[in-house]
Write a protein that binds this ligand. Structure first.
Ligand code: PMP
Length: 460
């Protein structure tokens, strides 16, 4: 590969980074003695760093984002064409790509109707929270203000989204948090927290109802859930869970908000994760894979029934949604998203994701048979996790440093995998895989072979 910068310049870049960049989610002390990694170029499933090393990326840009792979010139061209024509206008006016992408998105989401644009997953979730709060003010005298979230789920980094955060290591040092967010139990069947439950799915959903009854149903306005929990350990919901959740929301008139920031736009082998479970949400939020990281865009999608509640009294100046996201008016986002969606359709990437996801699941199950340290394998499509335990009977979690040793061994082999909950005592133990939706059988096999070798070396 021809690196676009010369070796001398690379050292200058590394020093500039070391001296001035504050990276996300990472302890910087080691950078006093080792170089920070700089990613320089990407093609398909592969990325090259500043040392020229090639990596097979099994985590789509680290955080489930680059769904259609790197180096897509057609997306870059669509964005360029849009930027030179009309880069920005506040979204109180429309844009051509904004209108066309909204229409195309809604075609994939029967029952949904309106798209509100912003820039990040956190922001998309904040918009839904604000809509739920405004509905409470306008239609329930302000009483139905509480928003339920689930243990182990994550909905973003801004303070209200963080207040709905079920991962203590990301939340605990940032209080005081926003009031009105209430936690419900997780639904990880492997670590069933209801020992006497006959059907785990039903019990986990009924635990939500218990919280609603405890809080008072007339105080609860919304329930926000990931369809499959991502950073909390790749948690696929147990059988019967979503059906019961839907019933509970209907029973207590609670608006159901599905956070598809990770699962959305093909990742799980369907357009959206909730569609596997026949769920009818009131809100769907999405970000990462919407434009595969080629531009910043997020969407808060609602039903027409939700939307109607913001225009039923035009004479009241407080009746509409008094919210703006400045960069929700950047036309690059929907231009990239439109082309991203065309690629997914034309290249049959949803079908590929389902097929390659099955192959990867089979490979991981075979590794589970071979390596006692894999306690559980779960996920859907190209969104999979393997939970590591030091003892299968007790399910004692493996220590963080050994999980990191597996990740580092794969990295040394030229394969980037992830691990969730790294610093959370008790469940810092799930290897995480989310290759781009373009992955081939060879890519999948190479990823799982590298894990096989890494587990052999670290635990062998
Ligand atoms: N929801 C989920 C499920 C996520 O995983 C994330 C990010 N990892 C977010 C929301 C927040 O998205 P962003 O970082 O774009 O604000």
């Amino acid at each position: 590969m021809n690196l676009p910068i010369q070796p001398n310049d690379i050292q200058a870049v590394i020093e500039a980074d070391r001296n001035h960049v504050w990276h996300h989610l990472i302890q910087h002390k080691p950078f006093e003695t080792i170089d920070p990694r700089i990613m320089v170029e990407g093609r398909g499933m592969r990325v090259w760093d500043a040392t020229g090393k090639e990596h097979l990326d099994a985590v789509s840009g680290g955080v489930w984002t680059v769904n259609v792979g790197y180096g897509r010139e057609s997306i870059a061209n669509a964005v360029r064409d849009q930027l030179v024509k009309m880069n920005y206008f506040a979204n109180s006016a429309g844009s051509i790509p904004g209108a066309l992408f909204a229409q195309k998105l809604i075609e994939k989401m029967p029952g949904m109707s309106r798209v509100y644009y912003s820039n990040s997953g956190s922001e998309a979730n904040e918009k839904a929270f604000k809509m739920i709060r405004q509905i409470s003010h306008r239609h329930h005298g302000g009483r139905k203000y509480k928003i339920l979230y689930r243990d182990r789920d994550y909905h973003g980094t801004t303070l209200a989204a963080l207040s709905a955060g079920g991962q203590p290591q990301r939340v605990d040092q940032y209080g005081p948090l926003a009031p009105g967010f209430v936690k419900v139990p997780h639904c990880l069947e492997y670590r069933n927290q209801f020992p006497d439950a006959e059907s785990y799915g039903l019990a986990a959903a009924n635990a939500i109802e218990e919280v609603i009854l405890r809080e008072g149903p007339d105080t609860v306005g919304g329930l926000c859930l990931e369809p499959i929990t991502a950073g909390g350990g790749v948690i696929t919901p147990p059988a019967g869970y979503w059906e019961r959740v839907q019933e509970i929301c209907a029973k207590y008139q609670i608006l159901l908000h599905v956070d598809e920031v990770v699962c959305g736009v093909g990742r799980t082998g369907a357009w959206f994760g909730y569609q596997h479970y026949g769920v009818k949400p009131d809100f769907v939020t999405m970000a990462k894979g919407v434009a595969s990281g080629y531009a910043a865009i997020s969407c808060t999608v609602t039903t027409e029934a939700v939307f109607e509640q913001f225009k039923d009294d035009a004479s009241d100046p407080m009746s509409y949604f008094r919210d703006i996201s400045t960069f929700g008016g950047c036309a690059a986002g929907p231009a990239a998203a439109l082309e991203n969606m065309r690629i997914i359709e034309d290249e049959n990437l949803i079908e590929n994701t389902a097929a390659m996801g099955e192959r990867m699941m089979d490979n991981l199950r075979a590794l589970q048979d071979k390596h006692a340290v894999i306690g559980d394998v779960r996920g859907k499509g190209l969104f999979l996790g393997a939970e590591l335990v030091s003892d299968r009977a007790s399910k004692e979690p493996i220590e963080e440093k050994r999980v990191q040793a597996v990740v580092a061994d794969c990295m040394a082999q030229g394969v980037i995998i992830g691990a969730t909950n790294r610093s959370l005592p008790g469940f810092n133990n799930t290897l995480c895989f989310s290759p781009a939706l373009i992955a081939t059988a060879d890519d999948i096999d190479r990823i799982t072979d590298s894990v096989d070798q890494a587990l052999g070396r670290v635990f062998g």
